[in-house]
Design a protein around this ligand. Structure first.
Ligand code: RP5
Length: 176
């Protein structure tokens, strides 16, 4: 188990209006410039063996494409990654009742994206993770899927155990 798995190479597919994706998680980036953060989520999903796809679709620049992707995907969980006014996760949530995890991306300002993702109106929640915390979005998606998947639940326990070992090892090697 790696802290940042390099085994998993996330990929970005060119989105299409008619293309239905057979995946469990759909990672949507507001821009290609968000790819590094999206790949953190993708690495975790690949590490857990979760089928996912990563696409670019903007709430502002391609609203019709975004709506169509959300309607056609088989995904059970969405991850929206966006910076600046970061309307993407909230817009995804507006189009689905499936869980949406939002990842604010850092830029010249940071609170803009954090607040855009976290301050959703009552009734349309987005699970906001921290700034640039794509890996936490991946883990949270796995945790949601693990509610009905014992194999994933076991892997999550292993992941926590591995983290415990890292911390103990860091403590042991502190003076080296
Ligand atoms: C947002 O604007 C995107 O999510 C990205 O974080 C930011 C900048 O987009 P680009 O100008 O790099 O395409 O919508």
């Amino acid at each position: 188990m790696h802290r940042q798995s390099e085994r998993a190479q996330a990929f970005i597919r060119e989105p299409s209006l008619s293309y239905a994706m057979a995946v469990d998680v759909l990672v949507i980036l507001g821009s290609k410039s968000d790819a590094e953060i999206g790949k953190k989520a993708g690495s975790i999903l690949a590490e857990f063996g979760v089928e996912y796809e990563m696409v670019v679709a903007s709430a502002h620049r391609t609203p019709d494409l975004l709506r169509d992707l959300i309607r056609n995907t088989t995904a059970r969980v969405f991850i929206g990654v966006a910076g600046l006014s970061a309307a993407l996760p909230g817009t995804i949530a507006a189009h689905t009742t499936k869980p949406v995890i939002g990842v604010p991306v850092s830029g010249k300002l940071n609170l803009d994206a954090v607040l855009s993702v976290s301050q959703m109106p009552p009734g349309v929640p987005v699970a906001a993770v921290g700034l640039d915390r794509g890996e936490n979005a991946g883990i949270l998606a796995v945790e949601i899927l693990a509610l009905k998947d014992e194999r994933l639940a076991e892997k999550l326990k292993d992941h926590r155990d591995a983290m415990k070992k890292w911390v103990l090892e860091d403590s042991r090697t502190l003076g080296e």
